[in-house]
Design a protein. Structure first.
Ligand code: ADP
Length: 720
């Protein structure tokens, strides 16, 4: 009956309305009353051994099985009293205390308590108690005690037998228990086990009762009361558990909803769902199927049951609130059959945050993909342990695949690596350690379309095994086939240049040796002929030959010098004083200035240290001779050395015709002659100057004479 009663309290959870359940409970209570009256009228209460404890006594009373006991004591409870005693079955603590007080009154005891046995070590916890007016409430040696500290009581209780220790001071058999009990109990203690479903879950104690007889003489009222008490305690426990369970369900973070599959009506919802979806529980229960479907989807649809069986998970569903807002949910559905009815339980989880996170993640992924695409980079992530490879579409494309058709493992890639490079690449990958987690390799692959491509693969190990070897690698790949082709072309071009340089050097040698010698011979023989020839016409011809031969020799000499400097990459330097070098040059060219009645003005003094090669004298000589060549007689040439920060600026200024701004940028080019006007020259002098300046990491330039007519040529050289 009790089981039926308990079951009735569960009815609201399986779809029976609370009112109906209450009715059933009342009927059951009524049945229990009738049953108890029946027992009292017959004066013989008979309790089954499994549900009612057997009374046994120690010391003064002998252990006896009360089920066999026949007594002529009357049962003192009338129907109204029984009904009032049964009221605690609604699960209230006050009702339990009421029964305890009834026991107190019946037995005339000082204290009456209910203990629950907790844990595997069986600790007694006092759950409810009643004390006679004036008795000490706090005294309780049993509370929070290990039951093994009371072996006599515990062994009886454990074997579902009651204990009556009538004269506690003389009860020698239970000496170990009594030592402790004597501090609180004056003369007697009754302990009655409480049994539920065959297991002892606690016990009732009655301390210092005024009972005069033995338990077997007046047990029925006590047994009756203790049984009612047991029922009340069990029910209270059940209701506590149930309310805890209901509380947990209501406060669950998830939305919980139960629907009758046949009627499409809501049977129950938890508070979280009501709060979030803005419909009250009553509104949910009364909701028409169409609105329900619109609100939470049609998760109870039979089609799901057909395809998914008794469970299914929908990770991309949504609920609609009363005000029309959509809440994304992940919904877990269970179809349940019970008593020929079909119920559907749905537990849904709000995944708004997850969706937002997914969106951010997706956006980030898109951005990374865009960046990778922009940089034309393939991306890959390799789990070395499982050989699983994750990659983007560009990586697959590089290897001649559609993203979906490239096998997602590294083995396939290794097979594509060119035979000559395979071993090297594999050993680089195998050698990656925590201490040097990055790598960069260029290698050839043969794509799916049999195309040969060069890839530049960069990567970094992000996870390692216990030995410090890479267990996960992530990186990028770039198709560098075009770059490799350009490099090849450049290399070929460099080889060509190298060869043409060699040709130039050969030509220079030819110029210097093979052309200069015959020109020298012509010069010698012409001079001889001029000495012996008196015919004016012939002499004039010989003089023209001599002039042109001089020009040719000058040309060969300068061209050879220029070609040599052009093919030279560097010069040897030593620290010299530019002032001394300049003075030497002007001194050596003094006959030239004198022949043109020109004046040389040196406008510097002091020391000008610079790391130079003596070839720099060529520069000074060129500037100086040009100044003489392209100026008028009786003018002056000024030589200056200016301090220009980290450089010395050596300048030769003349008072000649000067150079137009349009021509200035070109005078340092090869064979560029602005004004020849019969002036001897090759057009190579300033080109040689520029090259010498380059070899000294210096600069050259031309500007107008700041003090008047003419021009100023300068070279800057590093200070030392
Ligand atoms: P060139 O052998 O003709 O002198 P350069 O290379 O030394 O060759 O000079 C190139 C040209 O620059 C000259 O032909 C001349 O026209 C011009 N030039 C050089 N120096 C001067 C100068 N001091 N005044 C005017 N023109 C000059």
């Amino acid at each position: 009956m009790f089981v039926i009663f308990i079951f009735s309290t569960l009815l609201p959870y399986i779809g029976i309305s609370s009112n109906t359940a209450l009715m059933i409970q009342l009927i059951l209570i009524f049945c229990v009353c009738i049953f108890v009256i029946y027992l009292s009228v017959n004066y013989s209460l008979t309790f089954s051994k499994t549900s009612v404890p057997v009374i046994s006594g120690i010391s003064l009373s002998q252990a006896k099985d009360t089920s066999n006991h026949s007594s002529n004591h009357s049962f003192r409870y009338e129907l109204p009293e029984i009904t009032s005693l049964l009221s605690p079955l609604s699960g209230r603590e006050a009702g339990i205390i009421n029964i305890l007080s009834q026991i107190g009154e019946l037995t005339g005891c000082t204290r009456c308590s209910v203990y629950e046995l907790q844990g595997t070590v069986k600790i007694a916890k006092r759950k409810y108690f009643w004390v006679k007016n004036g008795a000490d409430v706090r005294k309780d040696v049993l509370h929070n005690s290990l039951m093994k500290s009371f072996p006599w009581i515990f062994s009886s209780i454990n074997s579902k037998k009651s204990v009556y220790m009538k004269d506690i001071l003389t009860a020698k058999e239970a000496i170990s228990d009594l030592k402790l009990l004597q501090t609180q109990v004056n003369n007697s203690l009754i302990a009655i086990p409480m049994i539920d479903d065959g297991d002892v879950f606690g016990f009732i104690t009655v301390e210092d009762s005024q009972m005069t007889g033995s338990l077997e003489e007046e047990p029925y009222d006590l047994i009756f009361l203790s049984e009612i008490l047991r029922l009340a305690v069990v029910q209270k426990q059940f209701i506590d558990d149930l309310s805890l369970f209901k509380n947990l369900v209501n406060r669950s973070n998830d939305y919980i909803i139960v629907v009758d599959r046949n009627s499409s009506k809501v049977l129950d919802v938890n508070e979280t769902l009501c709060t979030q979806i803005e419909y009250s529980r009553t509104e949910f229960m009364a909701m028409e199927p169409d609105l329900l479907m619109d609100t939470v989807g049609n998760f109870w649809n039979g089609a799901f049951f057909e395809t998914c069986g008794s469970h299914y998970l929908d990770v991309d569903s949504s609920f609609r609130t009363k005000t029309g807002k959509r809440i994304p949910v992940e919904i877990n559905v269970t179809f349940i059959e019970h008593d020929d009815s079909q119920y559907v339980l749905a537990v849904a989880r709000n995944i708004t945050e997850r969706k937002e996170r997914d969106l951010i993640l997706q956006k980030t992924r898109d951005r990374v993909e865009l960046a990778l695409n922009g940089a034309d980079l393939g991306m890959w992530d390799w789990d070395v342990v499982t050989d699983e490879l994750v990659f983007n579409s560009r990586w697959a494309e590089m290897l001649g695949y559609q993203a979906a058709s490239l096998p997602p493992n590294f083995k396939t890639i290794v097979e594509m690596i060119h035979e000559q490079e395979k071993e090297r690449v594999i050993s680089v990958l195998r050698g990656i350690r925590q201490s040097s987690p990055s790598f960069e390799e260029e290698f050839r692959v043969t794509t799916r379309n049999n195309e040969s491509k060069w890839l530049l693969v960069r990567g970094k190990a992000t996870e390692f095994d216990d030995e410090g070897k890479a267990s996960r690698l992530t990186g990028t790949a770039m198709d560098i086939t075009q770059r490799k082709l350009s490099e090849d072309h450049l290399k070929q071009y460099a080889d060509k240049l190298q060869r043409s340089n060699e040709m130039k050097e050969l030509f220079t040698d030819i110029l210097r040796h093979d052309l200069l010698n015959p020109a020298g011979n012509i010069k010698g023989f012409t001079e001889l002929l001029l000495e012996i020839e008196n015919n004016e016409q012939k002499r004039s011809m010989l003089e023209r030959i001599q002039k042109n031969d001089d020009k040719l020799i000058d040309m060969i000499d300068t061209a050879a010098k220029f070609a040599k400097l052009e093919s030279q990459d560097e010069l040897e330097f030593s620290i010299m004083d530019l002032g001394i070098l300049l003075r030497n040059v002007t001194e050596s060219l003094r006959p030239m200035t004198e022949s043109r009645k020109m004046n040389t003005v040196i406008r510097f003094s002091g020391t000008y240290r610079s790391a130079v090669n003596t070839i720099v004298e060529e520069v000074f000589a060129n500037f100086f001779t040009n100044a003489v060549k392209y100026s008028y007689e009786n003018t002056s040439i000024f030589i200056d050395i200016f301090d220009d920060g980290g450089m010395w600026k050596v300048a030769v200024t003349d008072q000649g015709e000067g150079i137009s701004d349009a021509d200035k940028p070109y005078v340092f080019d090869r064979f560029k002659r602005v004004t020849k006007k019969g002036v001897k020259g090759t057009g190579l002098g300033l080109a040689i100057v520029k090259r010498i300046a380059e070899l000294h990491s210096g600069d050259v330039g031309v500007e107008n004479n700041p003090d008047g007519k003419g021009s100023r040529f300068w070279i800057s050289l590093k200070k030392a």
